[in-house]
Design a protein around this ligand. Structure first.
Ligand SMILES: NC(=O)c1ccc[n+]([C@@H]2O[C@H](COP(=O)([O-])OP(=O)(O)OC[C@H]3O[C@@H](n4cnc5c(N)ncnc54)[C@H](O)[C@@H]3O)[C@@H](O)[C@H]2O)c1
Length: 348
């Protein structure tokens, strides 16, 4: 079997999800990893039996004979790694957010068009079984016309310092809101016309990570073309573990979906146990562990879909343009947070 050869840039949190997901596919071979964190990269390579040594400079990885690059790097490197990978003749999987702002995103799309290669936009939630099921039910017409909704994603805050710095391009809205808006816009299946948003930083001192220079909380309203109004609530200051959920209200019904904090499994433990869910600080007391976490959040399904698209030359569910469209909504929400007014989402 001819294998798709893949290189990974980065060896942190999301790189492991990519490596794990590729490792499930018999038609994929990981040819190398580039990371500034050599020991972290070595650990990942050892865990997944990837031969060789990590590269310090990702440019060296791009010289290898491979078709695909997974760019699993901080937001401020999305444009550069993506453009360099496309110019080196590789397809590139770019993590959310597509970039820090629309200007960077547009340059990435321009490079994609000129390169004859593709950007695959990593929005894992649109491949998650629970969220995909919701899409199916909406498409069947089960809840009629959706006129109102709510999306929220919350946890206690990211695991690396760079997220908290201005250089990241934004805080909880860009990091978490981007997920919610991607799913909600997919569900509503129409454009966002106007937005309103307010942001706050309520925990400026993040201990070992220093000062939080960006917003750690955001509340917003999205007004869709079909007149639906949808609220989003994003937080980096909510302890207790990763929480993501949607509520959608239609003329013929409603849907609530929450792959976390659901009662599929409820555990009460006085001693605690190994692991419940991402960013849960403890497993003592009542906990709600998520089975097959990577699968529940859609990571392996997303990577498989992208590899299938490469083999069959199909357009992915989430391409670079989709990433840019969602980023444009988020950028307009930042504009609203500054102006204090409702802002129009301009077409790209
Ligand atoms: N889809 C999701 O749910 C999800 C979850 C977490 C993170 N992400 C996204 O993934 C990206 C990475 O986040 P993370 O959580 O993995 O961050 P992280 O801090 O855990 O890891 C960052 C990695 O980038 C590497 N890196 C930094 N600069 C580099 C360079 N010049 N060359 C090579 N490697 C370099 C570091 O060595 C490190 O391994 C971000 O854009 C983030 O928004 C997505």
């Amino acid at each position: 079997m001819e294998k798709i050869r893949v290189g990974i840039i980065g060896s942190g949190f999301i790189a492991e999800h990519h490596v794990y997901s590729y490792s499930l596919l018999p038609n994929v071979e990981i040819v190398g990893i580039a990371s500034l964190k050599t020991e972290e990269a070595k650990g990942l390579m050892k865990k997944y039996n990837i031969p060789g040594e990590p590269y310090k400079n990702y440019e060296d990885l791009l010289k290898l004979d491979c078709e695909v690059i997974s760019a699993c790097v901080p937001n401020f490197l999305h444009e550069k790694t993506c453009v360099d990978a496309l110019n080196a003749g590789k397809h590139v999987l770019v993590e959310k957010p597509l970039a820090r702002n629309v200007e960077e995103g547009l340059r990435m799309i321009d490079t994609e068009k000129a390169s004859n290669r593709k950007i695959f936009y990593c929005e894992n939630n649109m491949y998650a079984p629970s969220f995909s099921k919701v899409k199916e039910i909406i498409e069947e017409g089960a809840v009629g016309k959706i006129y109102m909704g709510r999306g929220k994603e919350q946890h206690s805050g990211p695991h690396s310092e760079w997220f908290y710095k201005k250089e990241a391009g934004g805080g909880a809205l860009l990091d978490l809101g981007i997920h919610d808006i991607a799913c909600l816009t997919w569900y509503l299946d129409c454009d966002v016309v106007n937005v309103f948003c307010q942001t706050r930083t309520i925990l400026p001192d993040r201990g070992e990570f220093g000062r939080c220079e960006v917003e750690d909380n955001a509340v917003g309203i999205l007004y869709y073309e079909n007149e639906a109004q949808v609220v989003i609530e994003e937080s980096w200051t909510a302890p207790g573990g990763y929480d993501m959920r949607f509520e959608l209200f239609g003329t013929d019904g409603q849907i609530k979906v929450a792959p976390t904090f659901s009662n599929l499994i409820s555990v009460y433990s006085e001693k605690g146990y190994g692991y419940a869910v991402e960013k849960a600080g403890t497993t003592k007391g009542w906990t709600f562990p998520v089975p097959e976490e990577a699968w529940s959040f859609g990571y392996p399904q997303e990577i498989k879909h992208f590899m299938d698209c490469i083999l069959t030359n199909k357009k992915p569910l989430t391409d670079g343009m989709y990433g840019l469209k969602i980023l444009n909504i988020v950028e307009t929400m930042y504009k609203s947070a500054l102006s204090g007014k409702l802002e129009e989402v301009k077409s790209l």
